[in-house]
Design a binder for this molecule. Structure first.
Ligand code: SAM
Length: 327
């Protein structure tokens, strides 16, 4: 079992398959990466990913999410999905949706039931302004395709002031006749992503805006949930808010991350990384490193800031960009 100093049991691993992406959202994939980081990192092979997964599973991991970059741009994504699906874990995936139609059968064969799709706007023009790519219609078609095939579909929306904060109720209207689960995410600071507190549209501001149009009710959240769930009576779908900045949820954290280049992070905001891949390549046991990494986890937010984010100087945070870490 992987436990930290605060008695948190860690049984959920997020693996970044690649730091490449077919979209160019500046908040995630900034033009200028911090010193020492570049796009197209040397990456773990499918074989190495499977070996690392087998160790994590032996240590009690029950859930694995494949992410990136965009995991589905990796040429051997299907092989990796197939290989991990042989392990006794709940397998999930986060994608921008562009290539989903090519993977429907692979998802089904691997027993994937839930797919998270990122979509920050419901208009083609704004989607293009955010992502610099004209893929809106293709993504929408793929979301409907996932629903036709009975996947549980969560839509991740990063909400930024004066960018898409006027669209919350449009997303909720979308859930009236469709079983979509929209999750509004507070904008988080990463290297090079031009975060500022003025751009954060907070949990409370979101609730205030939604309440202008909808009566909604709270749903029960599970112990490790990062989102606070709600439903509007009469809607087929639900909505939720991921309040990392204003109300962090580190107390119930059970997550670990593995970057494309085989470094383990015990928190999205951890300063340090542990080089699992080099140790594996040297033929050594990676278990002690994994245990140590979990043990050293900070109590909250990688020890880098607090929920009083109004005072946060983002330039002082030491971290990679989101595309480099794996979201
Ligand atoms: N390409 C996949 C996707 O689009 O879901 C997986 C990787 S992406 C980094 C994972 C999630 O992180 C996406 O929902 C993305 O919007 C979110 N994300 C990236 N940068 C973020 C930031 N600065 N603040 C909040 N969420 C962010």
């Amino acid at each position: 079992m992987l436990t930290d100093k605060f008695n948190r049991v860690h049984n959920y691993l997020r693996i970044s398959l690649t730091d490449k992406c077919n979209l160019r959202c500046a908040y995630c994939n900034p033009i200028d990466l911090p010193k020492g980081y570049f796009r197209g990192l040397p990456r773990m092979t499918a074989d190495e990913i499977e070996q690392i997964v087998s160790v994590f599973v032996k240590e009690g991991v029950k859930k694995i999410r494949l992410t990136g970059g965009e995991p589905l741009v990796r040429k051997d994504a299907q092989e990796i999905i197939e290989r991990i699906s042989k392990y006794p874990v709940e397998l999930a995936i986060s994608t921008n949706g562009v290539l989903v139609d090519k993977y429907i059968d692979a998802f089904k064969n691997a027993g994937i039931q839930s797919v998270n799709v990122s979509l920050d706007s419901l208009t083609r023009e704004k989607f293009f302004a955010i992502t610099k790519r004209d893929e809106f219609n293709r993504i929408l078609d793929n979301i409907y395709l996932l629903l036709q095939h009975d996947f549980h579909v969560k839509i991740n929306v990063v909400v930024m002031k004066a960018v898409n904060d006027d669209e919350l109720n449009d997303f909720i209207a979308w859930t009236k006749h469709l079983p979509l689960h929209v999750r509004f995410i507070e904008f988080m600071p990463f290297a090079g992503n031009e975060w500022s507190r003025e751009k954060v549209f907070s949990y409370q501001e979101m609730l205030d805006q939604i309440s202008k149009e909808y009566n909604f009710m709270k749903l029960q959240d599970a112990k490790h949930d990062t989102d606070k769930k709600y439903f509007v009576p009469g809607h087929d779908g639900t909505f939720a808010i991921i309040s990392t900045m204003s109300q962090p949820f580190c107390g119930g954290c059970n997550r670990m991350r593995l970057t494309t280049d085989g470094k383990m992070k015990n928190c999205l905001f951890s300063k340090s990384e542990v080089d699992i891949l080099s140790t594996l390549r040297n033929g050594q046991d990676i278990t002690p490193l994994i245990k140590q990494c979990v043990w050293e986890k900070e109590k909250a937010l990688g020890g880098q800031f607090t929920s009083v984010y109004e005072n946060l100087d983002a330039s002082k945070i030491s971290n990679r960009s989101m595309i480099n870490i794996g979201g």
